[in-house]
Design a protein around this ligand. Structure first.
Ligand code: ASP
Ligand code: MG
Length: 481
């Protein structure tokens, strides 16, 4: 018998058919005598709809948010009608759903009157997605005689008040998860928990950021001291690259915590980038599996870093980024320019994806997402106004139509020649590299190329990853349970 936390994402709970599949998976694990905590996302598309309802309310478009409310009713009712047979059971969950829908519309009305949505109200509004899905799923399971019990995570995920991107207050969260949530499991129940949502110590609802249900599940897995965290999604596992960039993409049987962290950060949309944080110290393995293909053993993520001869395991590309270059001969030896630049960028709301500076100190560059590039340029120019006036800084240039390519493999640590192979391959294929960065974690190498070269570069580098998968297969790395 083992204890699992499993999380089902939006598509895994996106239709009556999908939820029926979820119920089968849960049933099978329970039949094998395991203990489960189940974390669920909102039905696919619902979080976006709720955000749209907030925007519509702020724009005084009542018709739109009422239409969204109707659409939410339709989606959840379809699940209830499709999967719950008894009239009484249906009526009960229907009433719960109606109450939530009413609260949602009431909040929209409040926004309508105020004419603006604060981050705090926005979090309260988007929380309805998981509140609805978890209740409906628990009701379906109960109707099939599973010991499911819906739980709202704000009771035990305690966070700071950074609305929209809250961070757990670890001590309090641990106490509650290991305390009251653990008791639910001990008493033989299978909690069906809202992902994504937390609350401040005074009980105000917060969310953990888009895609945050993965993170919720990892926090719960850590403090329930689970044997494994399973992230159920709609693909067979973590792939060597995006199959839209190269059709040869394959599922990686095994990746390390560090590798998955880099992959999540650099554009492989499988997991929320913070997911491994809570489980890494406890060494809890994570498995990414496909709800729609449960026979596949998925990708195992764990502590072991295994260096196969080829090292590189995956290649990602991030589009829609721009590179900003701050340059000037007068920057040499002047401390603080980079610091002020990054602070100005942060104040403009930009998350910096990659930084590179050569030691001549005459320029450095960094990348931000496209929509923020001009705002960051303006913010940095304002910050460096004096330096620009005195010609110590010449200019802040923006280069668009570029991509960040990252090759990931923790085996590159201490293995000479990996960067050499990567850049030789690019050179042989006449692909120009605009900037390079390798973190000292030595787990990935990132570089910038023209967007036009994206598919060609990924195709070439991906061959290295495919070799690694093949080696791992021969060596039996990451074999199924
Ligand atoms: N429902 C939330 C979102 O769409 C959280 C999640 O699905 O992980 O971002
Ligand atoms: Mg997700």
């Amino acid at each position: 018998m083992a204890r699992y936390t499993m999380k089902f994402g939006g598509t895994s709970v996106g239709s009556p058919e999908a939820i029926a599949q979820v119920v089968e998976i849960v049933k099978d694990f329970l039949a094998e005598g395991h203990e489960l905590a189940v974390v669920v996302s909102a039905m696919a598309g619902v979080t976006d709809m709720l955000l749209e309802s907030a925007a519509a309310a702020a724009a005084r478009d009542r018709a739109r948010y009422l239409a969204i409310s109707d659409e939410l009713r339709r989606m959840h009712t379809k699940v209830i009608e499709g999967l719950i047979d008894s009239d009484a059971d249906r009526a009960a969950i229907d009433a719960e759903m109606e109450e939530l829908l009413r609260s949602h519309v009431e909040l929209c009305e409040a926004v309508y009157i105020l004419g603006e949505v604060t981050p705090r109200i926005s979090d309260a509004l988007v929380s309805f997605g998981e509140r609805l899905s978890s209740r409906v799923i628990a009701a379906v399971m109960q109707a099939r005689a599973l010991p499911a019990r819906q739980l709202d995570s704000e009771a035990f995920i305690v966070t700071d008040n950074q609305f929209g991107d809250a961070e757990p207050l670890w001590g309090e969260t641990e106490a509650r998860v290991a305390g009251s949530l653990r008791q639910e499991l001990d008493s033989g129940l299978t909690p069906i928990i809202t992902g994504f949502i937390g609350a401040t110590p005074d009980g105000t609802i917060t969310t953990l950021g888009r895609g945050g249900s993965d993170y919720s599940a990892a926090i719960i897995a850590a403090y329930l001291d689970c044997d494994e965290l399973i992230i159920w999604t709609d693909v067979d596992g973590v792939m060597t690259t995006d199959p839209r960039l190269d059709k040869r993409a394959r599922v990686l049987p095994y990746v390390s915590y560090q590798e998955i962290g880099e992959l999540a950060f650099y554009g492989a949309k499988v997991l929320h980038p913070k997911t491994v944080q809570p489980i890494i110290n406890r060494g809890i393995p994570l498995r990414v599996r496909n709800t729609f293909n449960p026979k596949h053993s998925g990708t195992l993520v764990g502590a072991r870093t295994q260096a196969s001869a080829t090292v590189i395991k995956a290649v990602t590309g991030i589009r829609d980024v721009s590179m900003l270059t701050v340059s000037g001969r007068g920057m040499l030896g002047v401390p603080g320019i980079a610091g002020r630049t990054f602070l100005a960028s942060a104040k403009a709301g930009a998350n910096i994806l990659m930084i590179s500076q050569s030691s001549s100190e005459q320029s450095f560059c960094f990348t931000v997402v496209d929509p923020l590039a001009q705002a960051v340029k303006t913010a940095v120019e304002t910050e460096l106004q004096r330096e620009i006036q005195h010609n110590n800084v010449d200019s802040v240039d923006v280069l668009s139509d570029i991509v960040i390519i990252t090759v990931v493999g923790s085996g590159m640590r201490g293995t000479p020649g990996v960067a050499g192979r990567v850049f030789s391959l690019l050179g042989e294929n006449r692909i120009n590299v605009l900037a390079i960065a390798q973190g000292s974690s030595e787990c990935s190498i990132s570089f910038i190329i023209a967007e036009a070269d994206l598919e060609r570069a990924v195709g070439k580098l991906h061959s290295l990853a495919l070799e690694t998968v093949e080696n791992d297969r021969i060596n039996g790395v990451g074999s199924p349970y």
